[in-house]
Design a protein around this ligand. Structure first.
Ligand code: GFB
Length: 313
């Protein structure tokens, strides 16, 4: 770890994946940093094509990169489309990390996910739980791609001296999330289902699985703040967990969303759908020790996300 701050002011900073929930939050967070923000839309740059990525980076010469571009989705999308998740994530990270080395990027931050840890890892999950046991089957293709990304950053640091770091966020939610019921994560899915039930006067809302799994939820603008903090203050090959350090059952999450939305009906559990990992709670001791903590309470973040869904989507 180095204490030396990496200044963003005056630098060209590429946010790869700027249209996604995480990328757009990073762009919002960078607005006050005095840097030049670079973005590339899909029509201009296909991240799955190595020569395009190398050509674009050689031309635009980013000095720092937030690698937030990824194929992401909820439990069902991961379980039913594993080829897309392994191929697209491996291709995107390989293309960008390799081109970052070739074009002399000064600092790169790669984003993973808490699903890199073993299905039955001891809770809360510290960074050293990586590769200590079998992965959760519903998302192992995504997890393997993300583990490869961490290893690439470590390898390029070791062999070439690149200042490439990795952050592992817990489950995320917030403005800009995907509200499609087949491919989304649980928070946007339940906001949409609960809101629709309220408006249409339905008495029940369906929840996948048993409602017993526990998850930790981080508001995406908190994540963006943590990522900028790491970019400026952290330089090491150890990946860093980013979360709140608190978790909740899916059943209680649903009740909280119902409260925020103002829905008074019942929840019905579809146990034909997978639960996934029984519990995913990150040990955030390393990140807290670096001087950063999440700020947004779950209830407040859910309110902001509902507002965005109803007004800005
Ligand atoms: O958010 P989610 O899809 O992600 O599901 P994972 C979390 C839990 O909520 C699971 C339950 O136990 C789901 O069965 N759930 C209940 C629902 N109702 C719903 C619903 O309507 N929609 C959804 N989507 N879930 C993903 C991974 O796992 O999380 C990825 O597949 C990634 O790889 C991501 O790590 C953060 O936490 O289960």
């Amino acid at each position: 770890m180095t204490e030396t701050a990496f200044e963003l002011a005056g630098r060209r900073v590429w946010v790869a994946g700027h249209r996604g929930m995480v990328g757009s939050a990073i762009v919002r967070r960078l607005a006050g940093e005095g840097c030049e923000i670079l973005t590339a839309g899909r029509a201009a740059l296909d991240l799955l094509r190595q020569t395009e990525v190398e050509g674009w980076m050689a031309e635009t010469r980013p000095q720092a990169v937030f690698l937030a571009a990824a194929k992401v989705g909820g439990i069902l999308a991961n379980d039913t489309r594993p080829a897309e998740f392994i191929y697209e994530n491996l291709a995107i990270e390989t293309n960008i990390i390799h081109a970052a080395w070739r074009t002399g990027v000064e600092k790169l931050l790669f984003l993973g996910s808490s699903c890199i840890y073993p299905k039955l890892a001891a809770q809360p999950m510290a960074e050293d739980a990586l590769m200590t046991g079998p992965l959760e089957p519903t998302n192992q293709c995504y997890a393997l791609a993300k583990i490869a990304g961490i290893k690439m950053c470590q390898a390029y640091r070791r062999q070439y001296g690149c200042d490439f770091i990795s952050a592992m966020p817990t489950n995320l939610y917030g403005p800009g999330d995907n509200f499609d019921l087949q491919s989304s994560h649980v928070v946007p899915a339940l906001i949409r289902k609960v809101h629709d039930a309220k408006v249409q006067g339905h008495a029940g809302v369906e929840i996948w699985g048993t409602g017993n799994p526990r998850r930790e939820f981080l508001f995406v603008d908190d994540l963006a703040d943590g990522l900028v903090y790491l970019m400026k203050h952290y330089s090491d090959d150890q990946h860093v967990n980013v979360g709140t350090g608190e978790d909740i059952t899916i059943r209680d999450l649903a009740a909280l969303i119902a409260e925020v939305v103002g829905f008074e009906g019942e929840f019905v559990f579809d146990t034909g759908k997978p639960d996934g990992t029984p519990r995913k709670l990150l040990d955030v001791g390393l990140m807290n020790g670096l001087g950063w903590q999440a700020k947004t309470r779950l209830r407040d973040g859910l309110r902001l996300t509902c507002d965005w869904y109803l007004t800005d989507r």
